[in-house]
Design a protein around this ligand. Structure first.
Ligand code: HEM
Length: 397
């Protein structure tokens, strides 16, 4: 008999794993046969994300500072923060808004004359790679190469990857690394307004971060920000098409997209689980997690924990609306971007990109509707999202 966690991994349950998460929470910490522990309640997940006895080293396989622990992690992240967001340079991401709108509009313009598209291949997939290229200052003419590398790398990670896909991903990563090395030189000689130029021309940064670390960080931004954002946009449009009155509300009230995106991160998050390693015995929820064990934090379950949020299975954007009455501020907190020291570095970009994408789709598509519900999902249970989202509309405005 398969355990609840094994059932969650089973592709047959990919379209709707939420009833299984509910079942999982009845035993908040479960030890699986392979010796790993599965943690499913909001408060326990938050506690472990903030616990210095949990490590990301050797278990998070993306490379870069996401796979390091403090103090090394904090030093690298601080260096990146200096040029990315507050307090030194508020607004790098906000300043990207016109560019993002341009990219989104360009993708939708291509649909004129059509009444059917695949929202994944024709929209959500190309958008995040282009956005990260702009952030890092990759010349527009080189962007197609990034799309190919990103595809290969994404295909090669995760438990479902074939040995060939794995090899292909390694080649793509190496090629991308060589490209970034040349790009860093070019930015150093002729800096632009982008993030990499800001970092390579700042002595404080160069002293604090080796060239190798900078190269891995550039790759990390591409990989961490790619499929996650694809899934948020796709899950977003899927949810809005299931509740079309929300699409109308975005058209009438553009700021409403802000709580919509927050609620999506809670209700249909792109990242369902994170992995950590216990550095010591850890007592939690009447269980002792043994030192050395793998810990699986089921974020998507924690964000729907009824002890944390009322009516968790209802899609209710107004719970994130600061002006709204009746919801407590705690309820608007979700685990969509993780928590603790590794809280998503790309969150401001991911939010802005998705807000602009959903607003423009709502505004420009006349009478959009789903062609398949549920749509076909990707195999991956961790980065969960539709592989295709075929939609139909009367015309593009
Ligand atoms: C970390 C989710 C978009 C870069 C994380 C983590 C989550 C997450 C859950 C925590 C990982 C952990 O604790 O092990 C998401 C979601 C996104 C998104 C749902 C889109 C909707 C992005 C984008 C970028 C990015 C666009 C790049 C610009 C990163 C980086 C980390 C991270 C660098 C590691 C942070 C650290 O270790 O301090 N993300 N992410 N993410 N994310 Fe995102």
């Amino acid at each position: 008999m398969a355990t609840v966690f094994e059932q969650i991994l089973d592709y047959a349950n990919r379209a709707d794993p939420y009833p299984l998460y509910r079942q999982l929470r009845t035993t908040p910490v479960v030890r699986e046969a392979d010796g790993s522990y599965v943690v499913s309640r909001y408060r326990d997940i938050v506690a472990l994300l903030h616990d210095p006895r949990t490590s990301s080293r050797d278990v998070v396989t993306l490379g870069g500072f996401i796979s390091t622990d403090p103090p090394e992690h904090d030093q690298l992240r601080r260096v990146m923060n200096r040029h990315y967001g507050p307090p030194d340079t508020p607004g790098r991401i906000d300043r990207m808004a016109p560019d993002l709108l341009d990219i989104v509009s360009g993708l939708i313009d291509r649909w004129s004359g059509r009444t059917e598209v695949d929202l994944v291949d024709d929209f959500a997939y190309p958008l995040p790679v282009t956005a990260i290229c702009r952030l890092l200052g990759v010349p527009v003419e080189d962007e197609p190469r990034f799309h190919a590398w990103a595809d290969a790398i994404v295909e090669g990670i995760g438990p479902q990857a074939s040995p060939e896909a794995h090899l292909h991903a390694g080649d793509a990563s190496a090629e991308m690394g060589r490209y970034f090395a040349a790009l860093l030189d070019a930015h150093q000689q002729m800096p632009g307004g982008d993030l990499l130029s800001a970092i390579v021309t700042d002595d404080r940064t160069r002293n604090a971060m080796s060239r190798a670390e900078l190269l891995t960080t550039a790759s990390l931004l591409l990989v961490a920000g790619h499929e996650t954002t694809v899934n948020l946009i796709t899950n977003g449009m899927l949810t809005l098409l299931r509740y079309p009155e929300l699409l109308d509300r975005i058209r009438r009230e553009p700021d409403f997209v802000i709580p919509i995106v927050e609620e999506l991160l809670r209700y249909e998050p792109p990242v369902h689980m994170l992995v950590r390693k216990a550095l010591d015995d850890i007592d939690i929820a009447d269980t002792t997690i043994a030192a050395g064990a793998t810990i699986r934090l089921v974020l998507a379950s924690g964000s729907r924990d009824p002890d944390h949020v009322r009516d968790p299975d209802r899609f209710e954007p107004d719970r994130h609306n600061l002006q709204s009455m009746g919801f407590s501020p705690e309820e608007s907190q979700h685990l969509g971007f993780g928590g603790g020291v590794h809280h998503c570095f790309g969150a401001p970009l991911a939010r802005l990109e998705t807000q602009i994408a959903l607003t423009e789709l709502a505004r420009r598509l006349e009478n959009p509707r789903l062609l398949a519900d549920p749509p076909p999902y990707r195999l991956n249970p961790v980065l969960r999202g539709p592989r295709h989202l075929p939609i139909q509309f009367d015309r593009v405005r």
